[in-house]
Ligand binder design. Structure first.
Ligand code: FES
Length: 197
């Protein structure tokens, strides 16, 4: 009597079908990498301006001769190129400063005209011995301190800005001195100074 044929074990797929499974899997992974890599690179390029920390601009404000050393504050607009994450806007008015120079002082001091309370423009009338904010009546001395200290509405003194003098040689051999300010825009409403950017 003939023996029945011996049965093959069925737990593993035949070698050929395993090879094709790995080939398909590798093709899917390779395709996914090829698609996602340029997408990720594009996303990083698109978002990188948002991650960049912007610097406070150095701005030429005036000639030193425009700030006589009589202690009286002079008001100057601050004009500079402005940038957001993706665009650059040339020559925009970004704020205003007061420059004042005491008798015998070589360099003026600078205060931003933006009130630390809520951002209104602080006013100064020539000849007065104080600055005044028209919005909520904060009063500041000419050295930027609050006239009534913590009793003023403004939570801090006027914001002083770094000043630099630059000597510029002229074509005729002469020279002028320019006043440059690092225009830092500070957050309002806080006792401490925090730049907005
Ligand atoms: S904004 Fe100046 S006191 Fe309020």
């Amino acid at each position: 009597m003939a023996k029945p044929p011996k049965q093959q074990p069925t737990s593993l797929p035949p070698p050929k079908s395993r090879r094709s499974f790995f080939a398909v899997f590798a093709a899917i992974v390779t395709g996914a990498i090829a698609t996602l890599t340029p997408l990720a690179a594009g996303l990083v390029t698109f978002l990188s301006p948002l991650l960049r920390k912007s610097k406070s601009p150095q701005v030429r404000i005036a000639l030193l001769d425009q700030v006589p050393d009589d202690g009286m504050p002079r008001y100057f607009p601050v004009v500079a190129d402005r940038e957001d994450a993706w665009n650059r806007y040339p020559k925009q008015r970004i704020g205003a400063v007061y420059l004042s120079r005491q008798a015998g002082e070589a360099s003026p001091i600078a205060f931003t005209a933006k009130c630390p309370h809520a951002g209104c423009q602080i006013g100064y009338t020539a000849g007065n011995d104080v600055f005044q904010c028209p919005c909520h009546t904060s009063v500041f001395n000419l050295d930027g301190t609050r006239s009534r200290g913590d009793k003023e509405v403004s939570p801090r003194d006027m914001d002083q800005l770094p000043v630099e003098l630059r000597e510029i040689k002229l074509a005729d051999g002469g020279a002028v001195t320019e006043v440059w300010v690092e225009y830092i825009d500070f957050q309002t409403g806080h006792k401490e100074k925090h730049p907005t950017t």
